[in-house]
Design a protein around this ligand. Structure first.
Ligand SMILES: *[C@@H]1O[C@H](CO)[C@@H](O)[C@H](O)[C@H]1NC(C)=O
Ligand SMILES: *[C@@H]1O[C@H](CO)[C@@H](O)[C@H](O)[C@H]1NC(C)=O
Ligand SMILES: *[C@@H]1O[C@H](CO)[C@@H](O)[C@H](O)[C@H]1NC(C)=O
Ligand SMILES: *[C@@H]1O[C@H](CO)[C@@H](O)[C@H](O)[C@H]1NC(C)=O
Ligand SMILES: *[C@@H]1O[C@H](CO)[C@@H](O)[C@H](O)[C@H]1NC(C)=O
Ligand SMILES: [Zn+2]
Length: 559
């Protein structure tokens, strides 16, 4: 049942509808059950690169959309709620592969994911702009389908074969109906599959699994694509766009205001008048997504120019829980690979940094499966070699903002802001870089009004004094969570609040959420204007004024 939260009775002058109305509307449109016996059409994304898949084929949803498909019955529970859904960005977890008996597990899985990405990292500072909900519909069968066949579940999640990679949905029209039935309470639908291992898909519906290690990683990365929105920062992708992407060095650096002092304009390449680019090259990258066997090693060759002073071997694997399962060698030298502790057969990413240059000429990278029992499950997902100049040529210090080359699947170069500070590059990292984070604030604040609403009352003690009370999004001094003080101090957040009547500032109300209009100075129908401006260290530039809002409030009651 949708709980009526305390603010549900608040009239949201800023947005014009009451939450009570909106929630009633959202709720009354739910409640029908969907047949599980329909035939399904598989809509597959073309998978490239490392993402489990950013793209749903364009039009896939429209093609298969059946207007008459009802939403499955949804039992909606609040997970983390910061305010009225009509004025928040709402993320909703939908259950797939959870039976009636697994409802509690679904709520726990969804809560764990919501906590992980907003508790102390990733979306933590913007949490007051977001709500997280869980919408449960029972499945007849537990788990996600395999070998291209969905189980009897509402959205029909399944893997192709058994490989740990993409998880597709068979019934996008049902997912669309479920989200639509919630109206403004559903901005970003997340289909959560009841499966402990790696897998997912980006696009209109973010698909993830309940994998403890990989679920949160895929979720926050895909949400970066869909909410900010930005493309990749890792190599080997094909979509590089948004605030974190820079393509033409003759243009100004898009994140000039975030550049570290040593990379700022003083450091322009003096002849070309272009910014200093950190020196690195990618001589080899591949996404084999291949099962390994003990009879033949998997290997690849590449050529180094021999002109760099450091290199990195980066790869990802799944189905390899023990260090005696696999040998990874570069030019016959064992790189002493060890699996992440506690990983089991799930997927993980590994980096081997080598603080010396590769010699000019041909090299070989080789993966040898040692344990025959792992055949059929041991998988090499991706492998890459990167070469770097020395620290003067390539600043690898965490927190350094500059111009770093990124190499696409066709080896086209674009540029990103940091070496490895962003989860759009390193999925195992929990945070966005500052450039993406600023983009996130803008994206969220373009959809959320800083003013939830204004209410009026009368103060009888002083004759008929009118009191106006503004509800603001709980940022700055209004933050209420446990570490509010720390966040506030670290981000130097503030709200500047101004109340104006008849062009005159009501001084007593400055920087306060309530203001008194003295008796005799007002009548029903008078207008009071509220201006609110928010500032935070995480946003340096606000060209479109997303951090400012205004509400004109008309007095409706006499005292
Ligand atoms: C956030 O909490 C998780 C789980 O408690 C922990 O693993 C992680 O290191 C924390 N992250 C930060 C940035 O403190
Ligand atoms: C990418 O291009 C650079 C030259 O711009 C070259 O040195 C490098 O080997 C290429 N990498 C691949 C994987 O083709
Ligand atoms: C074993 O792995 C090698 C390298 O990936 C591959 O070429 C070969 O086809 C595989 N053999 C079998 C029987 O799968
Ligand atoms: C203003 O409204 C909020 C709820 O939005 C309430 O918690 C607070 O007590 C009110 N303040 C006054 C002075 O009425
Ligand atoms: C209101 O708050 C803003 C932000 O903290 C501050 O700059 C301003 O001086 C304050 N105004 C008054 C009158 O205190
Ligand atoms: Zn970034």
């Amino acid at each position: 049942m949708l709980k009526l939260l305390p603010w549900a009775v608040l009239l949201c002058g800023a947005v014009g509808t009451s939450v009570a109305q909106a929630s009633h509307e959202a709720f009354s449109r739910n409640g029908k059950c969907v047949s599980q016996d329909r035939t399904y059409t598989t809509s597959k994304a073309v998978l490239r690169g490392d993402d489990t898949g950013l793209q749903t084929p364009l039009g896939a949803l429209e093609e298969s959309a059946n207007q008459d498909v009802p939403s499955p019955h949804l039992e909606i529970q609040p997970l983390i709620i910061s305010g009225p859904f009509i004025n928040r960005v709402d993320l909703v977890f939908f259950s797939d592969g959870y039976t009636v008996d697994e409802k509690d597990k679904f709520i726990e899985d969804a809560m764990r994911l919501a906590d992980d990405i907003s508790g102390n990292q990733t979306f933590n500072t913007v949490k007051p702009l977001m709500n997280f909900w869980a919408a449960f519909s029972p499945s007849e069968e537990s788990g996600v389908g395999k070998d291209g066949k969905p189980n009897k579940t509402p959205f029909g999640l399944y893997r192709d074969g058994t490989e740990l990679r993409a998880v597709y949905y068979a019934y996008p029209e049902v997912a669309a109906a479920a989200c639509e039935s919630m109206g403004q309470q559903c901005d970003y639908p997340i289909l959560l599959g009841n499966d402990p291992l790696y897998g997912g898909l980006g696009g209109k519906f973010t698909v993830i699994t309940s994998s403890i290690l990989n679920g949160p990683q895929i979720l926050r990365h895909e949400l970066g694509h869909s909410i900010i929105p930005v493309g990749e920062e890792y190599d080997g992708g094909f979509a590089y766009f948004g605030v974190n992407a820079y393509h033409d060095l003759s243009e100004p650096v898009p994140w000039a205001h975030w550049l570290s002092a040593s990379s700022s304009e003083h450091d322009l390449d003096s002849e070309k008048q272009t910014p200093k680019v950190e020196r690195s090259i990618m001589p080899m990258q591949t996404y084999p997504w291949t099962l390994l066997n003990t009879s033949t090693s998997w290997s690849t060759r590449f050529v180094s120019s021999g002109t760099f002073s450091r290199h990195l071997v980066r790869f990802s694997l799944s189905g390899l829980p023990s260090k005696t399962d696999l040998k990874v060698e570069l030019d016959d030298v064992d790189l002493s690979w060890k699996p992440k502790v506690g990983l089991g057969v799930d997927r993980w990413h590994y980096d081997v940094h080598l603080d010396r240059g590769l010699e000019g000429g041909e090299h070989e990278l080789r993966f040898t499966l040692l344990n025959k029992e792992r055949e059929g499950i041991a998988q090499l997902c991706s492998a890459e070699i990167l070469e770097f100049g020395d620290e003067n040529e390539f600043n690898s210090t965490p927190g350094h903002y500059g111009v770093f080359p990124t190499f696409s699947d066709t080896n086209e170069t674009s540029y990103r802001p940091t070496n490895e500070d962003c989860l759009m590059r390193i999925v195992t990292t929990p945070n966005f870089c500052k450039v993406c984070l600023e983009g996130l604030w803008h994206a969220l604040l373009s959809r959320v009004n800083l003013i939830d609403g204004v209410s009026e009352s009368c103060h009888q003690d002083h004759g008929s004094t009118k009191v106006l009370n503004a509800s603001l999004v709980p940022l700055a001094q209004l933050r209420a969570d446990a570490d509010a003080a720390t966040t506030l101090a670290a981000l130097d957040e503030s709200y500047t609040i101004t109340w104006t009547k008849d062009g005159k500032v009501l001084e007593e109300g400055t920087n306060k959420t309530t203001v008194e209009v003295p008796s005799g100075k007002w009548k029903v129908g008078d207008k009071v204007v509220l201006d609110v401006k928010f500032s935070t260290k995480e946003v340096k530039v606000d060209k479109e004024g997303h951090l400012e809002d205004q509400l004109e409030y008309v007095l409706v009651e006499s005292c």
